[in-house]
Ligand binder design. Structure first.
Ligand SMILES: O=P(O)(O)OC[C@H]1O[C@H](O)[C@H](O)[C@@H](O)[C@@H]1O
Length: 616
């Protein structure tokens, strides 16, 4: 494996290096002419009127009418022509996109042209620094991360370049041993503490690209589950002393991440370790986390920018630092994304892979999310791609209102794990059950590194089975009019992973324009955070009421009704019961009478009286 310095060579250019694949790329099967002929291969008709929820009716007239789909083209010769006509190839990346098994018609494509024209314009303005996130008054700049010359201001370019160099330099020093653990050894582990976009990208990339023996092995705390946190710390054991803890939070205030940090710091105290000497923060400048890390003198701090959303932050320090510490070539990741970005700047729909994806999504889900997107990578290392896409797609597209204030309840549901494994779980329903999905296959042509392959039986390798399962499933689904897209890469490398990330980031952005929504905010998540805060506030009141009753002589066990009454929250009685049941299950409230199964029978008190609390 190249030394890390090679991975983060100081050359600022992201100019793609000569690709080894150029000579071996394009096996005959995939060599195709790129000429397209427009002809109507299909005569499907498909009505969307019946599928659209009533409250969409007022915006319905803005959606192009799609012909009712009578059944997809099944003639092999016609299908082959469609396959060849619509096959997209990115030569440099060795990436292909097959949209032939999505039944859109030429008429539909023509009808959509004006929307795509607007979408391409929107994307051009976005990259020039427009306020593409109007609800939060922010620019949207994740594309600048892999080509800082695009940044609309020189100071932004400087910020991006400096952050990237800092990531490379720090990772180089840690991996080479120049930056040592407090006891003078090498760091061997990474414990990443973060959630949502501050975890899903790093988790996807680690699963996809981490070498078998990385310089530092990564594990994640991505939730506020105490047992899950204990498990990760227990697995570290004595290696906690050589663990770099990277705390990632753009806002710097996400409760789950803050709790993870406090729990880890407690573990460090119990182990007699100085957390600050092993702590790294990745957050916005002057956030609570940034100020904490600065004041406590943590080992390092890296910036997140307000114009990079959590779900599109993999190409920022959020994703690049963990990846570099694992020995992953982050320059190649950036190069792959940059090449894909460049390809997606064409306004010729058929030559724009992200636009082709958006076209398929719109056709398949009727522009209203009427069908789910099942993501099926036929490669173990891409297992977490669907989880990553769940946030990228659903947090971007799942919106109540469009940009004109119409209630649209938009979205596109994503699920899936990997093939062929999932064939033994739910493909039965996909083929014969409710037809509420379309599939995206992710095909990886290289089965295993050269020189490692062998035949399980004459002429057949293990990888042939995987290939056959993918193709067989695609055919079997299509035979039942189940549509699918296939994205093909040569192998799973930093460059192809970077390209996949860039492809879907752009497809989401283009699709959002097609359906006229803001893809870059997440108001719904704030509502959940607020509600969680209200539960905790109620819990504090319940504890205070129970404490007062428990400090009496004799102790006064209370019923749920009495607790609700004394909290002046009788309308929250069910939540109060749940809070008490949770406390009882954790030995923090004692049941004097009754049982949790009969809420009205319950009488509870606290095991001990906290006199200080009485007068708090
Ligand atoms: O990185 P943070 O500020 O901690 O946010 C972590 C996550 O929080 C929320 O769930 C947002 O909706 C996500 O977009 C974000 O990735």
């Amino acid at each position: 494996m190249a030394s890390l310095s090679g991975l983060c060579s100081s050359s600022p250019s992201l100019k793609p290096k000569h690709s080894l694949w150029k000579t071996t790329l394009n096996p005959p099967l995939l060599k195709t002419s790129l000429t397209y002929r427009t002809r109507t291969l299909l005569t499907p008709t498909r009505s969307i009127a019946s599928d659209i929820p009533a409250d969409l009716s007022k915006t319905n007239d803005k959606l192009p009418n799609k012909p009712k789909q009578l059944g997809l083209e099944k003639d092999p010769n016609s299908l082959w022509r469609r396959y060849v006509d619509w096959l997209y190839q990115h030569k440099e990346l060795g990436l292909y996109l097959d949209v032939s098994r999505i039944g859109f018609t030429d008429e539909f494509v023509s009808e959509m042209e004006p929307r795509f024209h607007k979408a391409f314009k929107d994307m051009e303005e976005l990259e020039k620094g427009a306020i593409a996130n109007p609800d939060e008054g922010r620019m949207v700049g994740h594309y600048w991360l892999r080509n800082s010359t695009l940044a609309p201001k020189s100071f932004l370019k400087t910020q991006i370049d400096k952050a990237l160099d800092a990531v490379c330099d720090f990772a180089d020093q840690v991996v080479s041993g120049k930056i040592k653990t407090p006891d003078g050894g090498r760091f061997t582990q990474i414990l990443s503490v973060g959630i949502g976009g501050s975890a899903l990208g790093p988790q996807f990339v680690a699963e996809a690209l981490a070498p078998d023996n990385p310089p530092l092995k990564i594990r994640f705390i991505d939730n506020t589950d105490p047992a899950g946190i204990d498990h990760q710390i227990a697995q570290l054991g004595p290696e906690l002393a050589s663990t770099l803890v990277i705390v990632i939070s753009k806002s710097g205030g996400t409760p789950e991440t803050r709790n993870g940090l406090l729990e880890v710091q407690q573990a460090f105290r119990e182990a007699g370790l100085d957390f600050a000497k092993q702590g790294v923060a990745i957050t916005q400048e002057n956030s609570l986390l940034d100020n904490t890390a600065r004041i406590e003198g943590w080992l390092a701090r890296f910036p997140m920018f307000d114009w990079v959303g959590g779900r599109t932050s993999e190409m920022s320090a959020v994703g690049l630092l963990p990846a570099a510490l694992q020995g992953i070539d982050i320059r190649e990741m950036l190069a792959g994304a940059a090449l894909m970005d460049e390809a997606n700047r064409t306004t010729v729909l058929r030559n724009n892979p992200a636009a082709l994806l958006a076209l398929c999504w719109y056709w398949a889900s009727e522009g209203v999310g009427s069908k789910d997107m099942v993501v099926l990578p036929y490669k173990d290392s891409l297992l977490l791609f669907s989880r990553y896409l769940q946030q990228l797609v659903m947090e971007s597209l799942g919106k109540e209102f469009d940009l004109d204030g119409n209630r649209v309840n938009q979205g596109l549901t994503v699920y899936g794990n990997k093939g062929s494994t999932d064939q033994h779980a739910y493909i039965q329903q996909l083929r014969e059950g409710v037809h509420n999905f379309f599939v995206t296959f992710i095909e990886v042509l290289r089965d295993r590194p050269p020189g490692h392959d062998w035949e399980l039986e004459p002429g057949v390798t293990c990888g042939d089975y995987l290939f056959g399962m993918l193709q067989g499933t695609r055919s079997a689904l299509y035979a039942k009019d189940r549509e699918s897209i296939t994205v093909t890469v040569q192998e799973v490398t930093p460059r192809s992973v970077g390209a996949l990330i860039g492809l879907y980031e752009r497809a989401v952005g283009i699709y959002a324009s097609l359906v006229n929504i803001n893809a870059y905010h997440q108001p719904g998540v704030e509502a959940g955070k607020k509600a969680a805060g209200e539960v905790l506030a109620l819990q504090k009141r319940v504890l205070a009421v129970l404490n007062e009753a428990s400090c009496k002589q004799p102790v006064e066990p209370l019923t749920i009704e009495e607790v609700a009454d004394r909290c002046h929250a009788t309308e929250d009685i069910e939540m109060i019961y749940k809070i008490i049941a949770h406390m009882a299950a954790n030995d923090r409230a004692l049941i004097a009478e009754g049982s949790c199964g009969s809420p009205r029978s319950l009488k509870v008190f606290l095991g001990e009286c906290n006199v200080d609390e009485l007068f708090a």
